[in-house]
Write a protein of this length. Structure first.
Length: 348
């Protein structure tokens, strides 16, 4: 793909409205006459996003005042932060509710985990899924990673509180099932690094310290593992992406601070697709940018705006890409997840 501009076309922003034939207008980026590269597909916010309640359910919810945070946590996003997706299972951490939402799209269900039962979450931040759709939650309050199965049943604890200064994210390798835990550190801490754990939770290696050199970090924000096992770290305080081998050896880095496209200002979310594209949200630019593995900017989507419309963000955070080339981006302030799809060559 080449560098593409993001455009908001007024006629397309009515994309939620039906056209003369009754079909919904699709939103493409960029709009004609440029070749379209992405299409907006959906917004996830609450239980209505996965299964529209019938009239009786709606009336019952109103009568019992179910639409309250304390009454029913499973119904909507309150302060979403990070996201992970696999085979229709969309997992979203919610820092205000101290819980993790699970959108089970194939079964048209939405439920929350970690707010009751054997494992109570305190401050869930990063989330990840493994090949078996087990859910991993990096909890900054517990300073541990909590593992659940896809139904939300507690499975295990990974790491000890003394392992971390400020645990912020987690990733799982699709190759060797190793677990990578990202420690953001603090102003007075040198623990800006990531820990490598075996699948059974044994600590294998610690990588990095605070600094600006290769393999060093300054308030890293997110970690992701590519299909080939390479580890990508969003080194937000150094305004770059660093790449490591599965064993944690430094390989490469790219990115810099700047005001223009292709640079970073407040990078927050990181994802790597199966094709090797790198997706990064930036809350200063209010968008997400797509790079190739060498750091070449390919395109971007999003801008700030007063209207809650597709592609308009206030505080983009976590981002994920699934096996179908669908992109899921979190907006914390607007309490939503927008879903886009990369178009194939035959669709352009």
């Amino acid at each position: 793909m080449r560098l593409l501009a993001f455009w908001v076309v007024i006629t397309l922003l009515a994309g939620c409205a039906a056209g003369p034939s009754g079909q919904r207008t699709k939103l493409y980026w960029p709009p004609p006459p440029d070749t379209a590269r992405l299409v907006y597909e959906a917004t996830l916010r609450d239980s209505n996003s996965v299964a529209l309640p019938d009239t009786e359910s709606r009336l019952q919810a109103l009568a019992t005042n179910a639409a309250t945070i304390t009454g029913n946590r499973t119904q909507w996003l309150v302060k979403p932060y990070d996201i992970a997706v696999s085979q229709g299972l969309v997992v979203v951490s919610d820092t205000l509710l101290s819980a993790v939402h699970v959108f089970d799209l194939p079964r048209k269900k939405l439920f929350a985990i970690g707010w009751r039962g054997q494992a109570i979450l305190v401050k869930p931040l990063g989330v990840a899924l493994d090949a078996g759709q087990n859910i991993y939650v990096a909890d900054a309050g517990l300073k541990q990673i909590v593992k659940f199965d896809k139904q939300g049943h507690y499975l295990a604890i990974i790491g000890m509180p003394q392992d971390f200064s400020r645990l912020i994210d987690v990733a799982v390798s699709p190759l060797n099932k190793q677990i990578y835990a990202l420690d953001r550190g603090g102003v007075d801490s040198a623990s800006h690094r990531f820990q490598v754990y075996a699948a059974d939770g044994k600590l294998l290696k610690t990588v990095g310290t605070r600094g600006m050199g290769n393999g060093e970090f300054n308030h890293p924000a997110q970690i992701s593992v590519a299909n080939d096992g390479r580890v990508f770290v969003l080194d937000s305080g150094n305004f770059r992406v660093q790449i490591f081998s599965p064993e944690g050896d430094y390989l490469d880095s790219w990115g810099k601070l700047g005001k223009g496209l292709g640079n970073f200002a407040r990078p927050r979310g990181l994802a790597v697709s199966q094709q090797g594209y790198v997706f990064i949200t930036d809350s200063a630019y209010q968008n997400y940018q797509i790079f190739d593995v060498t750091g070449q900017l390919l395109t971007y989507v999003g801008r700030g705006g007063g209207d809650d419309l597709p592609g308009q963000y206030m505080l983009p955070a976590g981002i994920a890409v699934d096996e179908t080339n669908r992109i899921y981006v979190v907006d914390q302030i607007r309490q939503k997840i927008e879903v886009f799809r990369l178009l194939g060559d035959d669709e352009q």
